[in-house]
Design a binder for this molecule. Structure first.
Ligand code: NAP
Ligand code: MG
Length: 403
């Protein structure tokens, strides 16, 4: 078969540790032989970020704004230990945080399903995608430890005109704690837009849930912005696609989701999304079976695996030991990007290739060939697990039969 040509480039962001090792294996065995890869490469590995004073991350973000589609390997977010380990100039910020701030995106976590990998929640036969709002709430709060009796008030002082507004939070009779949170109409609107855009792309229903019966101003604002954005911008397209939007209280949503078969996007406020994404991910098995798609309301798309750099496996690898590390989420990050590139360019050959590669990956697992992380979730349970490179080679053989 002749190699598929790509019309426009994908921005490629390389990363760290075990995912960097697998990144190359995936490219060499599963992509380069079939596609004439048109990539704009940025090395976001920690050494390179340190050498460039993290300018490489900014450059990768800018390139994504130019070319619209990016694929990213997992990267180390340095803590004090990493500063020592790598002799860093400083504790560089999370590349994901930097890029997300540039693209103004929302992250959607989507599980990859195989028939023989059984979710803990048995009714979940279709993926549940979690959309987590990535701004504000407790992640940007102000807190005070109250040492003794006294009054706490919340005061809003308008930048111009008008009188200040104040509300009493609590009249403390003794020690306690207090917290102030905020959010922004613009950010909530972007989040709603990104959620509806993602669902339309995947043709799945949307549920948004919070607690507006209790939080009649704060959560109510989220509910009403979601409703407005839906009514004004998405209702017609949702009808045409045969999908729905529903708001429901968070506790009702939890009950519904647990009993559902899945197959929806569940949009959640920042804290709820943090918690629920880990719950959903653990039910679907391994972190290595979960992708993380960043969708920006400005039409930028960035795809990556939900897991980190798999440090423990990398240290084994460095010692010359064999690992059984699962490359599915990395592969699906690539197929997400290739497929989106194909869609944007009207390039069906590229979209078809991405679909085949995904099928080859799932077929491999369904044929009982899998890495160690999946074994506890597998039914039937295979006798042995395969090594990192064996797994990729098996997918390659399946792919050869499909292209
Ligand atoms: P991790 O990479 O998410 O891995 C945690 C554990 O999950 C692994 O030790 C392994 O369990 C299992 N696991 C994750 N991915 C796997 C895979 N593909 N195949 C098989 N098992 C897998 O977290 P970490 O090792 O604690 O974090 C390492 C670095 O990742 C940190 O420096 C952090 O900053 C970075 N990080 C980056 C991103 C990102 O770029 N998106 C996200 C999260 C973390 P076992 O050890 O039990 O086998
Ligand atoms: Mg969490």
């Amino acid at each position: 078969m002749a190699k598929i040509k790509m019309k426009n480039p994908i921005v490629e962001m390389d990363g760290d540790e075990m995912t960097r090792i697998m990144w190359k294996m995936v490219k060499d065995r599963l992509l380069a032989p079939y596609v004439d890869l048109n990539l704009e490469y940025f090395d976001l590995g920690l050494e390179r970020r340190d050498q460039t004073d993290d300018q490489i991350t900014i450059a990768a973000g800018k390139a994504t704004m130019k070319h619209k589609v990016a694929v990213k390997c997992a990267t180390i977010t340095p803590d004090a230990d990493r500063v020592k380990e790598y002799g860093l100039k400083q504790q560089w910020k999370s590349p994901n945080g930097t890029i997300r701030a540039m693209l103004d995106g929302t992250v959607f976590r989507c599980p990859i399903l195989a028939k023989n990998i059984k979710p803990t929640v048995r009714s979940w036969t279709k993926p549940i995608v979690i959309g987590r709002h990535a701004y504000g709430d407790i992640y940007r709060n102000a807190e005070i430890r109250i040492p003794a009796a006294g009054k706490v008030e919340m005061i809003y002082t308008p930048a111009e005109g008008d009188q200040a507004k104040r509300v009493v939070v609590h009249e403390f009779k003794g020690p306690g704690v207090v917290m102030g949170m905020h959010n922004l109409d613009d950010s909530i609107t972007s989040f709603a837009r990104a959620s509806f855009t993602y669902a339309l792309d995947r043709k799945i229903d949307v549920i948004f849930s919070c607690k507006d019966t209790i939080s009649k101003t704060y959560h109510a604002r989220f509910r009403s912005i979601f409703r407005d954005v839906y009514d004004r911008e998405f209702q017609d397209r949702f009808k045409a696609a045969g999908i729905d939007y529903m708001y429901t209280l968070i506790d009702d949503a939890v009950a519904r989701i647990m009993k559902s078969e899945g197959g929806m996007l569940w949009a959640l406020c920042n804290y709820d999304g943090d918690v629920m994404s880990d719950m959903v991910a653990s039910s679907f098995g391994s972190l290595a079976m979960m992708t993380s798609d960043l969708i920006s309301p400005h039409g930028y798309f960035e795809y990556e695996a939900a897991h980190g750099t798999v440090k423990r496996h990398y240290y084994m690898h460095k010692k010359g030991e064999k690992t059984s590390t699962n490359s599915m989420a990395l592969i699906f990050a690539w197929t997400g990007a290739l497929s989106k590139r194909g869609q944007l360019d009207g390039d069906t050959a590229l979209v078809d290739f991405a679909t085949r590669l995904e099928k080859a990956g799932i077929d491999t697992i369904e044929s009982g060939v899998m890495t160690k992380d999946l074994i506890p979730f597998a039914d039937p349970r295979p006798e042995r697990h395969v090594l990192t490179e064996e797994f990729i080679e098996e997918i390659g053989k399946k792919l050869d039969a499909l292209v």
